[in-house]
Write a protein that binds this ligand. Structure first.
Ligand SMILES: C[S@@+](CC[C@H](N)C(=O)[O-])C[C@H]1O[C@@H](n2cnc3c(N)ncnc32)[C@H](O)[C@@H]1O
Length: 274
């Protein structure tokens, strides 16, 4: 990893996968983002979904896109990548989804929340914030690959083998093992549980979809370069060694079991503010 940059362990690498982009394009399309709208990209990360939203509102002078994330390094990348968006006003704000009404004062047409809702502890509180930020009739759209019932037997088996192999490589190659520190748990809800919380906060659910995605080796390896994923999989281990172990372990398991992909299901939900 000679020549590593500060972005080496960012989300960029994973977010660049075409199949991943397609999932987020689909969500933005379900949200019916239109030119001229005011749209929040909640938990925008380094900005790959912000870019998709900008394509949809392109060239409309009064469009506004607001990217929000709690990571200053992710926002820095988003700002750098999207500084040239023509005509449309792009703003970024550092902060938590839990504080959305403080971060965005005016009502907006749409809130898109990609691949982060499983990280939120108090989902009802965040949905209340989103509801209070949307105009009546506004759209809230989110997706996640972490929800109740997300893992097929095949995927669970792959995860077990991958993690066991990563631990072995970490020990053999570096003499390291993860700490027992508690990392932020992913909070997986079912579609019914999401629906109940949404309805309790003034939304009507208009679309729920589960899409099976065949993730190739590169996808599993690319997520192994993302700091937050590494911290969840191998807590307390230095990023470089942890990432190396995860990348190598994924390659070994794919080769040994002659896998061409491993399935991962994605949930998308769209709700309308009443
Ligand atoms: C997996 S990335 C997703 C980035 C982007 N939305 C995408 O789909 O490509 C998750 C992002 O959520 C952000 N995040 C996690 N919890 C958050 C919270 N409570 N409020 C704001 N951002 C949060 C992280 O900093 C990270 O950038």
């Amino acid at each position: 990893m000679v020549g590593m940059t500060s972005t080496e362990f960012s989300y960029n690498r994973f977010a660049a996968n075409a199949w991943y982009q397609a999932l987020n394009v689909h969500l933005v399309e379900l949200a019916q983002v239109q030119p001229g709208q005011k749209v929040v990209d909640l938990a925008c990360g380094p900005g790959s979904v912000t870019k998709i939203i900008l394509e949809k509102v392109r060239d409309a002078k009064n469009s506004v896109v607001i990217g929000i994330d709690m990571s200053s390094s992710a926002l820095k990348q988003a700002r750098e990548d999207l500084s040239n968006a023509s005509n449309t006003l792009v703003e970024f704000a550092e902060g938590r989804a839990e504080d959305l009404t403080r971060l965005v004062r005016d009502k907006v047409d749409t809130v898109v929340f990609c691949n982060a809702i499983h990280l939120v502890e108090d989902k009802s509180q965040v949905m209340r914030e989103v509801s209070d930020t949307l105009r009546s009739g506004g759209i809230f759209a989110f997706n996640s690959s972490f929800f109740k019932g997300d893992l097929t037997d095949e995927t669970s088996q792959f995860y077990r083998r991958w993690m066991m192999r990563s631990l072995r490589i970490l020990k053999n190659d570096f003499g390291l093992k993860p700490s027992k520190e508690k990392v932020m748990a992913r909070q997986a809800l079912s579609i019914a549980e999401y629906t109940e919380i949404l309805e309790g906060n003034g939304f009507q659910v208009s679309t729920t979809e589960i899409e099976p995605v065949e993730v190739p080796l590169e996808g599993w390896q690319d997520i192994s370069y993302f700091e937050d994923f590494i911290a969840g999989a191998l807590p307390g281990v230095p990023l470089k060694e942890a990432s190396h172990s995860l990348v190598e372990a994924a390659a070994q398991i794919f080769s040994e079991f002659e896998l061409s992909s491993v399935r991962r299901d994605w949930l998308s939900i769209v709700a309308v503010r009443q």
